[in-house]
Write a protein that binds this ligand. Structure first.
Ligand code: UD1
Length: 444
């Protein structure tokens, strides 16, 4: 099935939208459960295809996972049946690299394929390997697989050359069951890292300082507490709706968020000219009558401007008067989407990691292709603000990270529909049960 999203632009978004649990936090936790000895219940897990894929992987390893009502997962972790994750499942998502640390800590050895995921440039794992080696793991690479072994990991001091989210999480999870103390210096400070640490502490881990540059982990023998934990709201999903609200000149209340986590985006959108009112767990986002202003942006590790919001911002800046500049410091291939915006009439010049955007009065609907998950979301934002009809192919990439995306945009007044290609069983333009039907069967 090759789903497409068809958008007729020009309608200001209005109303309220509730934000789901954070994809990246949920994925990390679903790898972290491998360390658990007891029952685990995780609430606010978004039912998106990346989550379903990671569930398939851990189910294969022997973890029992079932959906309860709504977005709650019930998990039981007996002794793991397998120490190897299958390539066919792992290649679908980058986050499966987060199995390395917990499987090594729990089983003493693991063999996993180097993971796949979004097509946004080289995504090496050297920092993961450096950290796990410092903890005493012996690692080797063979025919696309990583093989790691350690009888018992030993706490160590690890300095990360770059505050990698995945490396911080992998090392932190491995260190939970290591002998003695581990220090991760220049650690990633993303809210999802903090959420994972809180979750693991709920299971009985001893992690201190998550959210700062230095994380200290005191190893324990096992994580034996049963826990019920709720995933934080997805700041990128919230940001995407904020962007769509501003881009269409609408007024949207974003509910169920942690405004502090979205501050880097809120600040930038205010600079562009949006009016944003922060409540305790809401954000009211609207465009004023004033013209928008061009801005300069650099993507940075948290609390800098998130790379995962860069493509959506590019859509907005395409129609913002003046010249805006985006510097992409995290992923070198994230500007592939610029060529799709150009098809819609945008004037964007890309030189290496720099994109120069000359705002045009309007974009026009076109056939475009999602090059990665966030590029896909950005193209939908562009379609919402463009004149005429935009057809975004590669929509399956969007469903990796957004639950019920079209339905929720329809709830805000958008003219948007899903078009499944031949063989899907849906007629052209038929409104679908997004996010439930598209993906593989639910794992009960
Ligand atoms: C996570 C997020 C992703 C987000 C990214 C940056 C998940 C599942 N995904 O990805 O949505 O865009 O953080 O906020 O949580 N790097 C190395 N060596 C390594 C590891 C990373 O050079 O060993 C580099 C990468 O190539 C990239 C940068 O570090 O340039 C950031 O990567 P990292 O923070 O690790 O991102 P992910 O954990 O893959």
């Amino acid at each position: 099935m090759f789903p497409k999203i068809v958008v007729c632009g020009g309608r200001p978004l209005k109303g309220r939208v509730r934000i789901n649990g954070a994809k990246n936090a949920a994925l990390a936790m679903l790898c972290g459960v491998i360390l658990a000895r007891d029952n685990v219940v995780i609430d606010n897990v978004p039912d998106i295809s990346d989550v379903r894929h990671i569930i398939q992987v851990i189910t294969h390893l022997g973890v029992r996972v079932s959906w309860r009502k709504g977005d709650t997962l019930s998990i039981n972790v007996p002794a793991l049946r397998m120490r190897e994750a299958p390539y066919e499942l792992v290649k679908k998502l980058r986050a499966s690299n987060l199995l390395l640390g917990p499987m090594l800590a729990r089983c003493g050895e693991v063999r996993i394929p180097l993971p796949g995921g979004c097509n946004i440039g080289a995504r090496p794992m050297d920092l993961h390997f450096k950290g796990l080696s410092a903890l005493g793991a012996r690692l080797s690479l063979d025919k696309g697989y990583v093989f790691a072994r350690a009888s018992r990991l030993k706490g160590a001091q690890v300095y990360l050359d770059f505050p990698s989210v995945g490396a911080t999480e992998n090392i932190m999870m491995a260190a939970c069951l290591a002998e003695g103390q581990t220090l991760i210096e220049n650690a990633a400070k993303e809210p999802e890292v903090v959420d994972l640490a809180n979750f693991l502490n709920g299971l009985g881990a001893r992690i201190f300082g998550a959210g700062t540059d230095v994380i200290r982990i005191e190893g324990v023998k096992e994580l034996g507490r049963s826990v019920q934990y709720s995933v934080i709201p997805d700041r990128i999903e919230a940001g995407t709706f904020m962007m769509a609200a501003v881009a269409t000149g609408g007024k949207v209340e974003i509910e169920g968020v942690i405004p502090r986590h979205i501050q880097p985006l809120t600040a930038k959108l205010r600079e562009v000219g949006a009016e944003i009112v922060e409540g305790e767990d809401t954000l009211l986002v609207q465009r004023t009558d004033e013209p928008l202003h061009s801005v300069n942006v650099k993507t940075m590790p948290y609390p800098g401007f998130p790379t995962d919001m860069q493509s959506q911002l590019m859509a907005l800046l395409s129609v913002t008067p003046g010249t805006s500049v985006i510097v992409e410091n995290i992923y070198e291939s994230r500007f592939q989407v610029a060529q799709e915006y150009r098809r819609m009439g945008a004037r964007i010049k890309v030189e290496g990691r720099v994109a120069i955007i000359e705002g045009v009065p309007r974009l026009f609907g076109a056939q475009v292709r999602a090059t990665d998950l966030r590029a896909g979301a950005g193209l939908v934002v562009a379609g919402l603000l463009a004149e005429g009809e935009t057809e975004v192919s590669g929509a399956d990439l969007i469903y990796r990270g957004y639950k019920d995306f079209e339905d929720r945009l329809i709830g805000l007044g958008a003219d948007i529909r899903r078009n499944n290609a031949v063989g899907s069983g849906l007629a052209f333009g038929e409104k679908s049960d997004i996010g439930r039907r598209n993906i593989t069967t639910r794992l009960e």
